[in-house]
Design a protein around this ligand. Sequence first.
Ligand SMILES: Nc1ncnc2c1ncn2[C@@H]1O[C@H](COP(=O)(O)OP(=O)(O)OP(=O)(O)O)[C@@H](O)[C@H]1O
Length: 243
Amino acid sequence: MSSTHEAAPILAARGLTKAHGGTRALRGAAVDLYAGEILAVTGASGSGKSTLLHCLAGIVRPDEGSVVYAGQRLDRLPEERLSELRRTEFGVVFQFGQLIPELTALDNVALPLLLAGASRETSRRASRGAAHEQAGAWLERFGVRGQEGLRPGEMSGGQAQRVALARALVTGPKVVFADEPTGALDSLASEQVMTALTHTARETGTAVLLITHDAQVAAYADREVRLRDGAVSEDATALGATR
Ligand SMILES: Nc1ncnc2c1ncn2[C@@H]1O[C@H](COP(=O)(O)OP(=O)(O)OP(=O)(O)O)[C@@H](O)[C@H]1O
């Protein structure tokens, strides 16, 4: 992907600051994410990567600055509109999947669909069957079809992360936020997870904001921005990912 984009970014942050107690995690960070783009955010430990992701995903409000998603100020939306947006337009994957331990893989992936269905007040039974069918198809897509009855504690780390990816993508989000999704995996599992994530995102046109400190993982992205002390230090465009 080239460094010049004609369309407006789907997500744009400017001048973000955020302090956690006395620690200034973000100091004027700015970033653009374009529709369908896979953007790696890299930087040393403590440079503010996770805080940036939380602000962009509407999980945390910045102290100052703006976050514009599809033309609306995310940082000014009331909490209920924000949570609806997170449920319908965004998907998230964290380092340790954050699957619900009591639920099977199938139920974990079906859950976002059931929540979306419940908010639309569709027939419970019909939506449950459809959600399970769709969840099964996504597990298949991520190569974990045989695992639908397993609970997270019964899966390998790589399998659990692929289930977490299926859960993040099942609702057809516009943006997936992935915070060190391979941070707890060995290199083979890490490769499988990154291949699954990037292939699917490219097929579905989902934009991905990928946090990583691993150059091999960043190489899957189209473009990289580097954070240093809470601000973007370098916009290393056009990684030229071919995967
Ligand atoms: N909830 C919190 N309470 C207090 N300090 C925090 C909190 N979250 C982050 N920080 C601090 O803010 C700074 C930025 O943290 P952040 O997690 O955003 O960085 P990071 O680049 O993602 O780091 P890492 O790669 O280690 O996960 C760090 O100094 C961190 O200790």
